[in-house]
Design a binder for this molecule. Structure first.
Ligand code: ADP
Length: 187
């Protein structure tokens, strides 16, 4: 199973992606987590990425694509993977298509988690208190939502056009949303 989970910041992507990937027995590949791990290690990639992340901007495609390629060519991704936070730009969509084609693989489904803006802002501000992520300030959250609306929301149309998109309501408790996603994938 090769899946993408999309949705605005605060939609619960990371939480759901972790549970759904474990349920399906495939690796959860989160570009946000990979960047944060690099930031934590103080690697060159991390230092570069942090400048963008802290401003609520996307990390440049060249960096993101190379990091993702490196991750999904690991052996553990051979049976499948769940992508969380990738692709986020049209360039990344094209890059992923090329990566998959090169290894004779195909995507099975793209899940879009939908939530309204007021709800996501509230969740992100709460997460700021709980986890202290440096990109969860009100101003940076606003920018991340804008960038998502401009660059990433339109990408769902690409997957819809390919007949791969399923929309799932992200409102409700975590277990309920997980059930909805698994039910949508079973169809
Ligand atoms: P959220 O979806 O809540 O914003 P993520 O953990 O997915 O959180 O991403 C955090 C930050 O990491 C993004 O705001 C962006 O700066 C960077 N990032 C993650 N994935 C990508 C990507 N595919 N392309 C560019 N930047 C990315």
């Amino acid at each position: 199973m090769r899946l993408i989970v999309m949705g605005p910041p605060g939609a619960g992507k990371g939480t759901q992606a972790t549970v759904v990937a474990a349920n399906l027995g495939i690796p959860h590949v989160s570009t946000g987590d990979l960047f944060r791990a690099n930031v934590g290690q103080g690697s060159e990639l991390g230092l570069e990425a942090k400048r963008y992340m802290d401003a609520g901007e996307y990390v440049p495609d060249s960096i993101t694509n190379a990091m993702l390629r490196d991750r999904i060519t690991h052996d553990d991704c051979r049976p499948g993977f769940l992508l969380d936070g990738y692709p986020r730009t049209l360039d990344q969509v094209n890059e992923l298509d090329m990566m998959l084609a090169a290894s004779g693989q195909a995507l099975d489904r793209t899940v879009e988690l939908t939530v309204d803006t007021d709800e996501v802002v509230e969740r992100l501000l709460k997460r700021a208190q709980d986890q202290g992520r440096t990109d969860d300030t009100a101003e940076v959250i606003r920018r991340r939502l804008e960038v998502y609306a401009e660059q990433t929301a339109p990408l769902t149309a690409v997957y819809e056009g390919r007949g791969l998109l399923v929309r799932v309501d992200g409102l409700g408790d975590v277990a309920e949303v997980t059930r909805r996603i698994l039910a949508a994938l079973a169809n």
